[in-house]
Design a protein around this ligand. Structure first.
Ligand code: NAP
Length: 247
């Protein structure tokens, strides 16, 4: 009797702990397929959204000019549609942020509250002095790099930085999935501080041929930019080794 009581109590604790751990992500995790929105539907956002649409997820691409996204929607197939940024933010369980970094501040201002309510925002955007200006690049450095800077611009958002150092050309090809040039599985490095968001990103990315590898918290997001030591295609084990050497 005592044992039964103890087990039941433990089970209750497990269930409540699981509920606490999953929190808002549990709703999205329970839904399959997940609804995905992209803010930005250019080279990279278009390629990523296409992958997930072809994997069976409803995808809404968005930009300031959604009427220009008809060809992309046609290529991505019947699961894809296009809308305004507001439409996409309302639609997505998961939002991929794939815009020039200089647009992130405005997006945070206009949609920050709604984005903070999402279980996962995947930050694919990279600061580039050449494109975004020296002042923004300097400001990002002062925040500790792109991961922490995005967290400042999107307060409260459940951010995972990922796919930042895979060029869009590598995301096309082989129909729906990313075609690795290595014989072995290619790892996708990701950085985040939020356990629920990381769990959801891991679940989603595992549907692709990429193996997600957490390299650390958002502070490590500074390495998830083109040209860093972690850029290029690596096996998951190689990524873990590189990640262990990062400061
Ligand atoms: N290209 C790559 O291989 C690659 C790889 C990894 C990461 N990235 C990063 O991903 C981001 C996008 O790169 P990209 O190459 O895809 O650029 P892109 O082809 O120029 O596309 C940018 C997209 O963002 C939209 N956009 C711009 N300002 C916006 C705003 N204020 N609100 C909503 N949408 C806005 C643009 O549409 P409208 O102008 O019509 O709004 C367009 O759809 C960059 O930060 C880049 O560094 C790119």
């Amino acid at each position: 009797m005592t044992n039964t009581f103890c087990l039941s109590r433990r089970r209750i604790l497990e269930v409540s702990t699981a509920t606490l751990v999953l929190g808002p992500a549990s709703k999205a995790l329970a839904q399959a397929p997940l609804k995905i929105a992209t803010i930005g539907a250019g080279n990279e956002g278009g390629a990523l959204g296409t992958i997930f649409a072809k994997l069976g997820h409803p995808v809404m691409f968005s930009s300031r000019h959604p009427e220009q996204l008809n060809d992309l929607v046609a290529t991505a197939g019947p699961n894809a549609r296009a809308g305004s940024v507001a439409d996409a933010v309302a639609f997505g369980d998961i939002v991929f942020l794939v815009v020039p970094y200089s647009a992130v501040e405005q997006i945070g201002r206009d949609y920050g509250k709604a984005l903070a309510a999402k279980p996962l925002v995947v930050d694919v955007s990279n600061p580039s002095a050449a494109r975004d200006g020296d002042a923004l690049a300097k400001w990002v450095d002062e925040q500790g790099g792109a991961g922490l800077a995005t967290a400042k611009l999107l307060p409260g958002a459940h951010i995972v930085r990922a796919f930042n150092n895979f060029g869009h050309n590598g995301l096309h090809g082989n129909e729906v999935l990313i075609k690795p040039t290595l014989a072995q599985t290619v790892g996708v490095p990701m950085a985040g501080d939020d356990a629920q968001a990381i769990a959801l990103a891991t679940k989603l990315f595992k549907e692709t041929r990429f193996e997600p590898v957490l390299i650390g918290g958002l502070a490590k997001g500074k390495y998830l930019v083109p040209g860093s030591v972690i850029s290029g295609e690596h096996t998951p084990d190689e990524l873990r080794k590189i990640a262990a050497s990062l400061k």
